[in-house]
Design a binder for this molecule. Structure first.
Ligand code: UDX
Ligand code: UDX
Length: 465
C-alpha cells in the first residue's frame, strides 16, 4: 500500500516530535496529529513558535516549515482517523493508581479508548502502529478490539481490515530531534510483512534500511521495556557507587570514566545524580516488576524492584546530608533550587527528582526559591501541590532570573544539569548569599574550585574529600 495519509493519536512528547520528523522527510504524506486535549492542540497551532507545548531543541524549526502544509494538529478524531492509511497510537500509558496492580501495572484505558475510536471511524484497510511503551501483549488487546469491529455486521459494507504493528520509540527528551533523525535502531514487531514493508518505506526516507530490526509483536514490546529497565539499572548502579566514593574519598567522575572506557561496559549512562526521572523509567520498571510477579518470577521482580528502591534512597540520602551539613536544621533557612525539570533541555517535570526533594525540604521547614530556564511557575505549582495541598508562597517562590535566586540564600541546590549552571560567576553569588553559605551539587555541574575559592562550602555528588 502506498501510504498517503497518517494519523497520530496523542500530541505529546512522543507523538508531536515523531510526526514532525516524518512530515519533514515525507513531504508527500499528509500527517494529522489528533489529541483529546484542545489546549494542547491550540498550543501546537500557536502562531508564536515559542508557545509550542513541548520544548525540544530543533523542533520549532521543523514545525515552522511543515505546519499547515503536510503537518496538521487538531481535535477531530473522526475525520482524521477515517482518512488515514496508517495510524500511530501515541497516547500516554500511566501506572494504575487504583484496583488490581495499583502502583505497578500500566493503565491501558487510553490505548483501549483509541482502539475503539479506530474501530469505529476507520475505512478500508488500516495499519495500526503502537508507539506508546506498552506492557507485553498489549497488541493483543488492540487486535481484539479491532477484530471485533471487523466482525461487526455494519462492517459488511465498509469492509474494514487492520494490521497491528509494534514500533516503540526510543527517543530521549532533550535530544528527541537528534534521536529521531539518527536512531540506533528502528524496531518493528508484527506478522504482516506487507504492513511492515509499508512502515519501513516511510523510515527509509532518512534512515538506512539495515538499522531496521524486525521481530514478532511480543519481542518488540518487551525490548522497549527492557531497554528502559537496563538504562535505569545503570543509573541506580552508579548512584550506589557515588555514595561509596563519598564515604571513601574517591571521585565518581574518574571512576565512571575508567569503568566506561571498557568497551564492553560503554561510557554512556554513568553519570551519578539525584536519581532518574521522566515519564518512562519508573513506570516501565514498576510494570516489569508487576509482570514478573504475575508469572511467579518473584526473584526477578525483587531484583528490578531494587533499581527503583535505590532511586528513592539516593534522593532521601541527599536531603539528609543537606540537613546534616546545615547544622542539623534547615527550618526557616532559604535554599536556592537550581533546575526543576527531570533533565536538561526539556521543560518536562514528570517524575522529576526535584519534586520529591523539594517536598522533603519544605517539610523540614525551608523556604525554597526555585529557578529553571524552561519550566513555568504554574507547572512547579502544580507539581508541588500534587504532594502538598496547602503549599503556598510562604514555602516557595519562583525566580525569573538566575542570579536573583541566590539572594540571601543559605544554600544553593543544583538539581538539573542545565548548561548555564556550569559557568556561573561565583564571586557575584558569594556576595549575595548569606554566610556561611553552602552549595549542594547533585549533578556535578558546578566548578568546585570556583565555589571554594569564593568562600562557599560545597558538597558534590560522588566526590569524596
Ligand atoms: C509517551 C508514550 O506514549 C508513553 O507510552 C511513554 O511511556 C511515555 O511517552 P508522551 O508522549 O510522553 O507519552 O505522553 P504525553 O506527553 O502525556 O502525550 C500523550 C497525549 O495523548 C496527551 O496529549 C493526551 O491528551 C493524548 N491522549 C490521551 C489522547 O489524545 N487520547 C486519549 O485517549 C488519551
Ligand atoms: C528515556 C530513554 O532514554 C529513551 O530511550 C526512552 O524512549 C524514554 O525514556 P528520557 O526519560 O527522555 O528517555 O531521558 P534519559 O536521557 O534516558 O534520562 C532519564 C533520567 O535519567 C533523567 O532523569 C536523567 O537525568 C537521568 N540520567 C541519565 C542520569 O541520572 N544519569 C545518566 O547518566 C543518564
Amino acid at each position: 500500500m502506498d501510504i498517503k495519509n497518517i494519523c497520530c493519536i496523542g500530541a505529546g512528547y512522543v507523538g508531536g516530535p515523531t510526526m514532525a520528523i516524518i512530515a519533514k522527510y515525507c513531504p508527500d504524506i499528509q500527517i494529522n496529529v489528533v489529541d483529546i486535549n484542545p489546549d494542547r492542540i491550540s498550543q501546537w497551532n500557536a502562531s508564536e513558535l515559542k508557545d509550542l507545548p513541548i520544548y525540544e531543541p530543533g523542533l520549532k524549526e521543523i514545525v515552522e516549515k511543515c505546519r499547515g502544509k503536510n503537518l496538521h494538529f487538531s481535535t477531530e478524531m473522526k475525520k482524521n482517523i477515517s482518512a488515514a492509511d496508517l495510524i500511530f497510537i501515541s497516547v500516554n500509558t500511566p501506572t494504575k493508581t487504583k484496583g488490581i496492580g495499583s502502583g505497578q501495572a500500566i493503565d491501558l484505558k487510553y490505548v483501549e479508548a483509541s482502539s475503539r475510536e479506530i474501530s469505529k471511524y476507520s475505512k478500508g484497510h488500516t495499519i495500526v502502529v503502537e508507539k506508546s511503551t506498552l506492557p507485553v501483549k498489549t497488541a493483543q488487546t488492540i487486535k481484539a478490539i479491532l477484530d471485533a469491529a471487523q466482525k461487526d455486521k455494519s462492517n459488511l459494507e465498509n469492509k474494514k481490515t487492520f494490521s497491528v504493528l509494534s514500533n516503540p520509540e526510543f527517543l530521549a527528551e532533550g535530544t528527541a530531534i537528534k534521536d529521531l533523525e539518527n536512531p540506533d535502531r528502528v524496531l518493528i514487531g508484527g506478522d504482516d510483512d506487507d504492513a511492515i514493508n509499508d512502515l519501513v518505506n516511510i523510515y527509509s526516507k532518512w534512515i538506512e534500511k539495515d538499522k531496521v530490526l524486525r521481530t514478532d509483536l511480543w519481542s518488540s514490546e518487551l525490548s522497549k521495556l527492557i531497554s528502559n529497565a537496563f538504562l535505569a539499572q545503570r543509573i541506580s548502579s552508579i548512584n550506589t557507587i557515588s555514595a561509596l566514593c563519598e564515604a571513601t574519598g574517591a571521585k565518581i567522575k574518574d571512576v565512571s570514566l575508567a569503568v566506561g572506557m571498557d568497551r564492553r561496559i560503554g561510557r554512556y549512562f554513568l553519570n551519578s545524580g539525584p536519581g532518574f526521572g521522566g515519564s518512562c523509567f519508573k513506570k516501565d520498571i514498576s510494570n516489569l516488576v508487576y509482570i514478573s510477579n504475575h508469572y511467579g518470577l518473584f526473584d526477578v521482580a525483587e531484583y528490578w524492584q531494587k533499581v527503583l528502591d535505590i532511586n528513592t534512597w539516593q534522593q532521601k540520602r541527599f536531603v539528609e546530608l543537606i540537613v546534616n551539613n546545615m547544622f542539623g536544621t534547615i527550618s526557616s533557612k532559604k535554599i536556592a533550587v537550581l533546575g526543576f525539570s527531570f533533565k536538561a533541555n526539556t521543560n518536562d517535570t514528570r517524575e522529576s527528582p526535584a519534586i520529591n526533594i523539594c517536598k522533603k525540604l519544605i517539610e523540614e521547614g525551608a523556604f525554597l526559591k526555585i529557578y529553571d530556564p524552561k519550566v513555568k511557575k504554574s507547572q512547579i505549582m502544580k507539581d508541588l501541590s500534587s504532594i502538598e495541598k496547602d503549599i503556598d508562597s510562604k514555602k516557595w517562590g519562583y525566580s525569573n532570573s538566575i542570579y536573583s535566586t541566590f539572594e540571601n540564600a543559605d544554600a544553593a541546590l543544583f538539581l538539573t544539569e542545565w548548561g548555564e549552571f556550569a559557568s556561573l560567576n561565583w564571586e557575584r553569588i558569594s556576595n549575595i548569599m548569606r554566610q556561611p553559605a553552602w552549595v549542594f551539587d547533585t549533578r556535578s555541574i558546578v566548578d568546585i574550585n570556583q565555589v571554594r575559592g569564593n568562600g562557599i562550602s560545597i558538597w558534590q555528588v560522588g566526590y569524596g574529600n
